[in-house]
Design a protein around this ligand. Structure first.
Ligand code: PLP
Length: 347
């Protein structure tokens, strides 16, 4: 067996594999409609919203673009703190959507403070909850509150790609108006679906545009259990099956994910490795490479043990390595990975 220790795609949940082995459904039939509606209702609970969750066929980046294009009109001013590769991407997407995006640069690995975003004159704030490229977790409720005190009419959009089903999330309770995620991370499904969660406030303020990414059109179709275009219905089946298995035990699942990631940090720090993030997300453990050791050597040491890890991105390329147990691993498998980690670094 290969140990997939990358922060997405991840080890698949057995319920996802089982669902994917079922015969093809046509998406405009009653069983497919029922499946789609159930999946959306479970996703709403997972995101913690009374609003809507739209399922898009595409990856997380597509969902980020859909959020930027439908929540804001061209020319609107949005603040985008940049503290890793994905917050950098959110900034680029905002620019591509014609927004007047203003970046607030922080060193990779750091997280923005409430006072950083308490600036007046913005229609929106875009944040990445769990910055997978550095392993950092931001305090979404505190940041959303500070931004909205300065901009009561403003909207907060959040990337929850590696926080959904990995740690607690809740749109309205966090003051987040719209959020995105994807199928291949905490949901333990294959890549191919992006999700856009819209709070009741975001639903009232939607400014749809585009064609494939016109969320008003999607909303109309998805409320009826369909999607505007042919959906990856097999993946929707996998997502529904995993959520049915996980949601009744969500608290225990999140506790397991937190324990597993803390275990990786425990092992790494005991080996003398320096963590990258100032505040740790439970989705991934990121360490600076030991002095004089190239990333290729660490990667090879894991590969000899049949394990796949991830390196750094952007300015952290060649400087860090990342391990994740976000996938479908139990407590004992995590202990096995901890032993493997210790051995690999001793090579
Ligand atoms: N945002 C975060 C925090 C991510 O970790 C990722 C994927 O690694 C993305 C966005 C982009 O998602 P995708 O690769 O599915 O387009």
């Amino acid at each position: 067996m290969e140990w997939l220790l990358t922060p997405g795609p991840v080890q698949l949940h057995p319920k996802a594999l089982e669902a994917l082995s079922r015969p093809q459904l046509h998406h405009r039939t009653e069983p497919a409609r029922a499946l789609f509606l159930e999946a959306r209702s479970l996703l709403k609970r997972a995101f913690g919203t009374e609003g809507e969750v739209l399922v898009l066929t595409g990856s997380g980046t597509l969902a980020m673009e859909a959020l930027a294009q439908n929540l804001f009109a061209p020319g609107e001013r949005v603040l985008v703190p940049v503290y890793g590769k994905f917050s950098e991407r959110f900034y680029e997407i905002a620019l591509a959507a014609g927004l007047r995006a203003e970046r607030l640069d922080l060193p990779y690995g750091r997280v923005p403070r409430p006072e950083d975003v308490a600036q007046r004159g913005f229609q929106g704030l875009l944040l990445v909850h769990s910055e997978t490229s550095t392993g950092a977790l931001v305090d979404l409720p505190a940041l959303a509150r500070a931004f909205k005190e300065a901009n009561p009419e403003g909207l907060v959009g959040a990337d929850m790609v590696t926080s959904l089903l990995v740690r607690e999330v809740a749109l309205e309770a966090y003051g987040v108006d719209a959020a995105v995620s994807g199928s291949q991370k905490g949901l333990m499904c294959p890549p191919g679906l992006g999700f856009v969660a819209l709070s009741p406030r975001a639903l009232e303020r939607l400014k749809p545009r585009g064609y494939y990414l016109d969320l008003a059109r999607e909303l109309k179709a998805q409320r009826e259990g369909e999607s505007a275009w042919t959906p990856a219905i097999n993946l929707v089946g996998a997502v529904k099956a995993v959520l049915e298995a996980v949601m009744p035990h969500l608290e225990a699942h999140l506790a397991l994910k937190a324990w597993q990631n803390a275990l990786l940090y425990q092992v790494g720090e005991a080996l003398g490795l320096r963590p990258v993030p100032e505040v740790k997300s439970p989705a991934v453990a990121a360490f600076y490479l030991p002095e004089g050791v190239p990333y290729g050597a660490v990667k090879e040491a894991f590969a000899r043990r049949n394990a796949v890890i991830a390196g750094g991105q952007g300015p952290l390329k060649g400087r860090i390595f990342r391990l994740s147990l976000m996938g479908a691993y139990d407590r004992y498998e995590a202990l096995g990975v901890a032993a493997l980690f210790r051995e690999a670094l001793a090579d």
